[in-house]
Design a protein around this ligand. Structure first.
Ligand code: SF4
Ligand code: SF4
Length: 65
């Protein structure tokens, strides 16, 4: 029951796959990359689908990069 946090870094190539796949549609297109906003339920779909590994997963309790 880990509290997972997902973030998109600057290696995002803006393919949009994660935004399409997100079940709660909390991923939006920013100027230079896509961003995960409020409402993320931590399902991990974006993490799984990203073709370039731009979605990073971390535990909320730690700052481990
Ligand atoms: S972990 Fe799931 S809910 Fe959160 S941004 Fe990714 S696809 Fe959306
Ligand atoms: S799937 Fe990956 S590369 Fe594509 S928009 Fe999402 S974070 Fe960026």
């Amino acid at each position: 029951m880990g509290n997972l946090k997902f973030d998109i870094d600057d290696t995002c190539v803006k393919c949009g796959a994660c935004a399409v796949d997100c079940p709660v549609q909390c991923i939006t297109k920013g100027a230079t990359q896509f961003n995960i906003g409020n409402g993320c339920i931590g399902c991990g779909d974006c993490y799984s689908i990203c073709p370039v590994g731009a979605v990073k997963m971390s535990k909320c309790e730690t700052d481990k990069e």
